[in-house]
Every structure is written in C-alpha cells, then in structure tokens.
Design a protein around this ligand. Sequence first.
Ligand SMILES: Cc1ncc(COP(=O)(O)O)c(C=O)c1O
Length: 377
Amino acid sequence: MATKVGVRTIPLLDLTRQYQPLREPIQAALTSVIESQRFILGAGVEHFEQRFAAYCGARFAIGCASGTDALELALMALDIGPGDEVLTVPFTFFATAGAIMSTGARPVFVDVEPGSFNLDVQQLENVLAQHPRIQAILPVHLYGGCADMGPIMDRAAARGIPVIEDAAQAVGAEWRGQRAGNIGNVGCFSFFPTKNLGGFGDGGMLTTNDEELARKLKALRIHGSFEKYVHQWPGMNSRLDALQAAVLDIKLDHLNDWNRARQHNAALYREALRDVVMAPAMPPHQTNHVFNQFVIRCQRRDELRAFLAEAGVGTEIYYPLPLHLQPALASYGYKAGDFPVSEQLAKEVLALPIFAELAEDEIAAVAGLIHEFYQRG
Ligand SMILES: Cc1ncc(COP(=O)(O)O)c(C=O)c1O
C-alpha cells in the first residue's frame, strides 16, 4: 500500500489553479467578443497573431484551428503531397505523422536520442541518403525541449529541403537562444488546453519569416483563397476563433512566468530524484527547456505508476506506442525493432505533475513516494 499524499490528491495537471487568478480579465475579454458577435478571425485574432509572432521573434504568425492543422497547413504550403516522404521521429504524438499522412506523403523515421528524447542527429545523414524522396524534415521539440536544430538545418540546406518545426509542446523553448518555431522555415504550435499556452478548446498557430509562405498559409486556412470566392487550392477551413484568441492573449502575458515556474519545479524534482530515476538530459543547445512535461525514465514503470495512482498522484505515459507500430501505419511495413530507442522509451517513460502552480510540498510528496516505491523493492 502506498502512503496517501493526504486528503488532497496531486493531479497531473490542474488548470483550475491557473484559471482562478485570471478569471475576471478572461471573462471580461470573452464577454467583449460575445457582445461584438464577431467570432471568426477579425481584429482580436490579428492582434494576438502579432503579439505571438513578436514573442517567437518571427515576422509572421498565422492562427489556425489546432496544432494538427498547423502541421498540415505547413506541409501543404510547402507543396508536400503524394509520392513525397517527410522525415520525422517515431517518438511523438500521433498528429506529427498523421498530418504527413493527410497530405498523401509518407512518414519516414529517424530514431530519437535516449537522453533528450529528441531526434538523433547522428543518424540523420544515413537516413537521408537512403531516402531520395524526402522533401522536408519535421523535427519535434518533445516535452518542451528543443531538438538539436543546427545539424538538422545544415542537412536540410545541403539537400535543399525545408524544415517544419513541430513546436506544439515547446512555446517559449529555446535552441541556443533562438525560440522554438523560429529556426526552421515554419513553426507549428498547439493551444490545446494542456499546453504551456493553452486555450479554452482547440487552437493552433504557424510562424514564419517568409512573407510569401505567410501569404500562402493565410490563404490555405480559408479554403485556399486570396480573394473571396476565388480558390487557388482546396486548402482547409482552419481558423483560430476570436474567443480563443481573447483567452490566449491574456495568458500570453503570463507565459514566461509559468515557464519559469515549470523550470523551478523540474529543478526540484531533479534534485530530489537524483540516484533513483533518470531525468531528461540537458544538452548544451538546450538553453530554455519549458517542461510541457517532466518525464522520467524508470524501471518497473507500470508498477510505479499504479503505486502513485493509489497514493493520489496523477501521471501519464507519453507515449506508450511509437508511431511506426501504430495500426494506422501498418501498411508501411514497419516492424518492432526498427527504432529500438523509441521502443525502449515507450516502456520506461513516465510524466509527473509539473504545472506552474504546483506547490513545493506537492513535489516533495511525489518524490518521496518514488523513493518509497524503490526502497520497498
Ligand atoms: C508533438 C505534438 N504535435 C502535434 C500536436 C497536435 O496539436 P493539436 O492537439 O492542437 O492538434 C500535439 C498536441 O496534441 C503534440 O503534442
């Protein structure tokens, strides 16, 4: 039996703690949109797009309906389609590969690096050489830590292909001082409520410094149209709505503080869990990990998870089945053993509560339980 953490449980994420102090300004902003009865795009969305672009250091930001749509729009804008291959990692949320497949292109994988969980740049050259049809590289900044963009950008430039960053989990993260999403040709963000900058529903954003690409993305999100009722491409119907933009605009003011609080929490875990489990490695390029998740690697993971659940601590497994082994990709013929690091991580990773408002005694309680579990053997 695990020792209970007390009457209060410690959930993986408690968004009510973020909402309570912002309740009044958020409700006022939502009321103002409702009173205007203008819900799709409009001045509020444009205002937020500009502020988001500035936050990332990008020239342009284009709102859309989700992170998944952002990825699909980016691929479409770069003319990726049937017959093409896109290089990404198998250890990520399904949407990364799902978006590639939605365009008709085929996802090709390079395994991840076991310490940072991100694309293993050592394997990049080899995989690119084996796949002449690769037309884009789509690195993922997993859990809020940046993939090593230097070698990725160099290899892409040598091949003459674009880089699309999946920055869904990494708003505010930095690779050698450069913000995630503003290093490749286009960055894709998610405002799913659990993200560091989360809306009151689905939402997404694209960032780019390329004016032509920005113009095309703006058209693609409204059925491929630059001019009302004239359509250049099928595109999509994917807009950031004004209610989401109003909420996100208020939350953006707090994002850096929240990211710093997550970093503080991660440092506390790291210290408290030294010698017990493996915390994520921090390679030198990782100048601002924003800990959308704090993920440990551990032995007897499922038993530990059950033990923590019994004590009232919420955890999650991101992700239990790598993409190459997903039923949706069965027709590509990947098999177990193809990407051994991803497969091993899928058995060992466990995300602990890390949200900004978590109290220090809660972190100590979670760490104490983990020690208790391994001491019992
Ligand atoms: C790495 C990654 N890519 C893409 C997405 C898709 O974002 P959304 O849920 O907003 O469609 C997510 C989030 O769920 C994600 O974590």
